[in-house]
Design a protein around this ligand. Structure first.
Ligand SMILES: [Zn+2]
Length: 393
């Protein structure tokens, strides 16, 4: 296998036919870490707003009509174009790295197959998480409508509430929790203050801890996905879902390029993997769920985590047209029995368990990695041999 360097030179991975050893011109752990922590950004110029431009954007945001801002963002996106990396809506970088890692393992072991801890409980082909950020008190009232639609189709989801920006109707939060939905924390204030400086981050931590406790939240998503990746493990929660596998439309674009959860220090990171409702329905003015469903199909075929992020608020799913599309999306997902429908907190504790359990473990089953020449595929514990080869990425 050959790999191109930024300089234009090439380096190769090769196996020695005499002793079967495999030589790889990079470090797998380092490559993986560079993707998931977005460290790759240090070596790339991103087509994004500078910190000063971003500050200006937030200063004028409240002063000008929303439609003007949307038009300005559309012009900006058209001029900038979509980046080649991370690819959108689906980036396969970490999936490819994983396949190459498996190929090297099997080649070095001289075998055609080997067991590994399957990604999900039992033989589930992929996982599905529905999450919502609640931007306003009106959004929290509308959350009940969204919960009704989901519950009627056998789904539960999480609602991330802002801790100290709008009056929180605790009756609604308690009702949602009582019906099996999850409440998460969406920052204290819906702005970029939390990650604006180290001092401010430290100053807000006690308030975040109190807000999480008051809401019974163990999960967090940062407002407008602002983030400093190294600080995320200090949040007073057990998981974070701020990061995304690829999203060029966020104020801080980029992506962790993976379709699976991963560990950041003491917390589990659950990246969202589908375009946001606002991106599809408002910014891009798409009037179908096709992009959501084809991306979900692709993630299911790769056995990843399908995570949808939408908003119950006015201007989002609060609008009738958008809600109709969301219902279509739920109806289509309800037809997929092999997906593990799970709350974020359950996915996070599963991932922790999968990492730390001693095998054999009654919950963690073994899948099989298969190799045929340079091709590698992953089969669930209950698959018949060859079933998955048809879905080679
Ligand atoms: Zn938000």
């Amino acid at each position: 296998m050959r790999f191109a360097l930024p300089s234009g030179d090439h380096v190769s991975a090769w196996s020695d036919p005499d002793d079967g050893s495999v030589h790889v011109p990079f470090d797998f752990d380092e490559a993986y870490r560079n993707y998931v922590t977005e460290e790759w950004k240090d070596h790339r110029s991103l087509r994004a707003l500078s910190p000063n431009q971003l500050q200006l954007y937030y200063r004028v945001k409240r002063a000008v009509p929303r439609s003007w801002l949307l038009s300005a963002r559309r012009v900006f996106m058209r001029r900038a174009g979509l980046p080649g990396f991370p690819a959108w809506p689906l980036d396969e970088s970490v999936d490819r790295l994983l396949h190459f890692y498996a190929l090297c393992l099997l080649t070095a072991g001289g075998s055609s197959h080997a067991p590994f801890r399957w990604f999900w409980p039992g033989s589930r082909r992929a996982a599905l998480m529905l999450t919502h950020d609640v931007e306003s008190a009106a959004g929290l009232r509308l959350a009940i409508d969204i919960a009704d639609l989901e519950e009627a189709r056998g789904f539960r989801s999480s609602f991330n509430i802002v801790g100290a920006d709008y009056p929180i109707d605790m009756g609604i939060a308690r009702e949602l929790a009582g019906r099996g939905f999850e409440i998460g924390l969406h920052g204290l204030h819906h702005d970029r203050s939390l990650f604006s400086s180290r001092e401010e981050f430290v100053r807000q931590l006690p308030g975040l801890r109190d807000a999480a406790q008051g809401l019974g939240a163990v999960g967090f998503r940062s407002p407008a996905t602002h983030r400093v990746v190294e600080w995320l493990p200090e949040l007073p929660v057990s998981y974070d879902c701020t990061m995304f596998h690829s999203d060029p439309y966020e104020p801080l674009p980029g992506g962790c390029c993976t379709l699976w959860p991963f560990r950041l220090g003491s917390i589990i990171e659950l990246p969202y993997t589908l375009p946001q409702d606002h991106t599809l329905f408002t910014l891009l003015r798409e009037r179908s769920t096709q992009r959501w469903l084809t991306t979900a199909d692709a993630i299911e075929a790769r056995h990843g985590l399908i995570q949808c992020l939408s908003h119950p608020d006015p201007g989002y799913l609060g609008e009738r047209d958008n809600r109709v599309l969301y219902i279509e999306f739920l109806d289509a997902l309800a037809e997929r029995p092999r997906l593990w429908r799970a709350l974020p907190r359950d996915v996070a504790s599963w991932w922790h368990h999968r990492e730390t359990a001693e095998t054999p473990d009654e919950d963690v089953e073994l899948g099989t990695m298969w190799r045929d020449g340079p091709n590698v595929w992953f089969e669930p514990p209950d698959a018949t041999v060859g079933e998955e080869a048809a879905h080679l990425p």
